[in-house]
Design a protein around this ligand. Sequence first.
Ligand SMILES: [Zn+2]
Length: 121
Amino acid sequence: MKQTIRKSQCPAAVSFIAAAILFPFIWAAGVILVRELIIALPDSVMKSIEWVPSYDYVLVCAMIGLPVIPAYWASRAAYMNVRWKEVEYDGSSCRQCGYDLTGNVSGVCPECGRNCDALGG
Ligand SMILES: [Zn+2]
């Protein structure tokens, strides 16, 4: 069975900045999309919710609030993509810290102390 491990390919701070730059764009796109959806609602729907006290306030909150969720998930995915690289695990390095275990006979990673059995870190 092939195993993959995550390998750091970009510092956390740089990855975070990349994700943070992406976030407002997706958020803004989401706000525009939700706004278009609200405008596209049939009049009958709008009439049916007009009795709700300050329904326009609720709609504005939904417009601003809902896109935070997809923006968060997309930014998180971007962060993970920039930060980590999936590489095939060949058993020659510690799975926890990446320390090279070639020639290690103790079965314990000298760098982080993880118990690395013979079948792979
Ligand atoms: Zn280790």
